[in-house]
Design a protein. Sequence first.
Length: 67
Amino acid sequence: MNGQNREDIKIGLEVEIVLKSNQKTGKLTRGIVAEILTSSSDHPHGIKVRLEDGQIGRVQKIIDKKL
């Protein structure tokens, strides 16, 4: 599942994001969603989130869909 729809992203989900500095390489960073920063219902490049460790990026993949 991709991270383009806000309704699919919940606090506490494990996701893979692309950081701004890694957008050209596509390197993904895994973490737990602490805050959803995008207010619109969808975004073509992924919903912007803050991870528990403070990193901010756009969700590329949802790892944990148990919530």
